[in-house]
Ligand binder design. Structure first.
Ligand code: SF4
Length: 370
C-alpha cells in the first residue's frame, strides 16, 4: 500500500531555524493548489500500487488552506486511487490557525490526525525561533482539537536551543505530558546554512549547544516521555500504543509514495523523482528530476531507515534482498559497535538501543557502501 504526500510550501512567517522548501509569497497559493491538482492527474501512474493507506498534508503550513481545499484534494485522490482502506489522513497545522471555525470546518473533512508545529511551550523560546504563536495559543489549539473529537494529535518539539536549557525543556515536557497528546516528535536543533540562526552563529550572537548538553536534554526527553507512557519508536518520535505515525512509518519501511507539490519527492520502489522548486515554473508546467536507485543505494536506504527505528534491521531480509556477502560484511562491521553498546544483535534483528539513538548518524554511516 502506498502513501500520498501533498506539499503546501507556504508560510506566513519564516522560522529562524527553517531550511525546508517554503515561501512567504502567499500570492501564489491558489495557483499552486490548482497546479497540484493538475500534477495529481499527470502523475497518477507513477505509483505501481494503486491502494492508498495514508494521506499527509505537509509543508510549509497546510493549515493555510481552507478545509474545503483539503477535502477537495482527498476527493481527488479517491478518484485516482483505491482509498477505501485509508487509515490515516494527517494535516500539519500552525497552532494559531486552529480557531474554533477552522476546527469546525476541519471536522467536516476526512482528516483524522493533526500535527501541530508547537516546538516549545516557552514564550521567550518561541519568539527566539520566530514562531508566530504563543505557548497559550499552542495549548488552546490542542484543547480545541481534543474537544472537537480529534483523537490522534501529534506535536513537534525542538531541543538543543542555545540559551534555553534543561529547565525550559522540562517545563515544555510538563505541558506536553499534561495535554496527553497521542504522539510527540522531538527534534534536535540543527543550524542549517541560509537560516537566521546560521547568520546569528556566524555573527557570534548564538552558538550551537555542546554535545554534553545535547545528550542531557536527549536523555531528559527519553526519560520523561517513556515514563509518561510513550514508546520511543524512531530516533525523533514517541507514540502512545497504537499511535505510531502510519505515514512516516511506511516511508521508513520502504513503501511507495507519491509527493505532489513544488519540490515534493516521490518513490515507487525503484525510481525517486522530484519536481521543480520554483513556484512560477511549477505553476506554468512542472519539470522533474529523477534517479533510479542502484542495489547499493537500496541497501544504504534500508540501513538508514531501519536503524532509525527501534526494530532495526532484519537479518534474514538483508540476506534475501541484498545477498549473503553483504550480510557478512555488515555483521563484521557491526562487531565493534556491538562491543561498545551502540548496537544490539538479538532475535534476528540488529538495532540501536533507544538510549543510543542520539549517536545513530555515526553508527549508520559506518554501514554505508560507496
Ligand atoms: S512553519 Fe514550518 S515550514 Fe514554515 S518556516 Fe516555520 S518551520 Fe519552516
Amino acid at each position: 500500500m502506498a502513501g500520498l504526500y501533498l506539499h503546501i510550501p507556504f508560510c506566513k512567517r519564516i522560522c529562524a531555524y527553517c531550511d525546508f522548501y517554503r515561501s512567504a509569497e502567499l500570492k501564489y497559493l491558489d495557483s499552486v493548489v490548482e497546479a497540484m491538482h493538475c500534477e495529481m492527474d499527470e502523475q497518477a501512474n507513477f505509483l505501481n500500487d494503486k491502494i492508498l493507506k495514508t494521506i499527509y498534508f505537509g509543508g510549509g503550513t497546510p493549515s493555510l488552506l481552507h478545509p474545503e481545499q483539503i477535502e477537495r484534494f482527498i476527493d481527488h485522490a479517491s478518484r485516482l486511487y483505491d482509498c477505501s482502506g485509508v487509515e490515516e489522513i494527517t494535516i500539519e497545522a500552525n497552532p494559531d490557525d486552529i480557531t474554533e471555525e477552522y476546527v469546525a470546518a476541519l471536522r467536516k473533512t476526512d482528516v483524522n490526525r493533526v500535527s501541530l508545529g508547537i516546538q516549545s511551550f516557552d514564550d521567550e523560546e518561541l519568539r527566539f525561533m520566530n514562531r508566530r504563536h504563543s505557548a497559550e495559543e499552542a495549548i488552546d489549539a490542542v484543547k480545541r482539537l481534543q474537544d472537537s473529537g480529534i483523537e490522534n494529535i501529534t506535536i513537534d518539539l525542538i531541543f538543543g536551543v542555545d540559551g534555553f536549557g534543561e529547565e525550559v525543556l522540562n517545563r515544555s515536557l510538563d505541558t506536553a505530558l499534561a495535554l496527553g497528546v497521542q504522539h510527540i516528535s522531538a527534534y534536535h536543533l540543527t543550524i542549517e546554512p541560509a537560516t537566521t540562526f546560521h547568520r546569528r552563529v556566524q555573527a557570534g550572537r548564538m552558538k550551537e549547544v555542546d554535545e554534553e548538553l545535547s545528550e542531557r536534554e536527549y536523555a531528559l526527553i527519553e526519560k520523561r516521555l517513556t515514563e509518561g507512557g510513550y514508546e520511543h519508536y524512531e530516533v525523533s518520535n514517541y507514540a502512545k500504543a497504537g499511535f505510531r505515525s502510519r505515514h512516516n512509518s511506511s516511508y521508513w519501511h520502504g513503501a511507495e509514495y507519491l509527493g505532489i507539490g513544488p519540490g515534493a519527492h516521490s518513490f515507487n520502489g525503484s525510481v525517486r523523482r522530484w519536481s521543480s522548486q520554483s513556484l512560477p515554473q511549477y505553476i506554468s508546467g512542472r519539470e522533474y528530476e529523477s534517479e533510479t536507485l542502484s542495489q547499493t543505494e537500496h541497501f544504504n536506504e534500508y540501513v538508514m531507515t531501519s536503524l532509525r527505528c527501534c526494530e532495526g534491521m532484519d537479518i534474514e531480509l538483508i540476506k534475501s534482498r541484498f545477498g549473503e556477502e553483504r550480510l557478512a560484511r555488515l555483521l563484521a562491521e557491526a562487531k565493534t559497535q556491538i562491543a561498545i553498546g551502540n548496537l544490539v544483535l538479538n532475535d534476528g534483528r540488529l538495532y540501536i538501543p533507544t538510549e543510543r539513538f542520539l549517536t545513530s548518524d555515526a553508527v549508520i554511516e559506518a554501514f554505508f557502501e560507496m
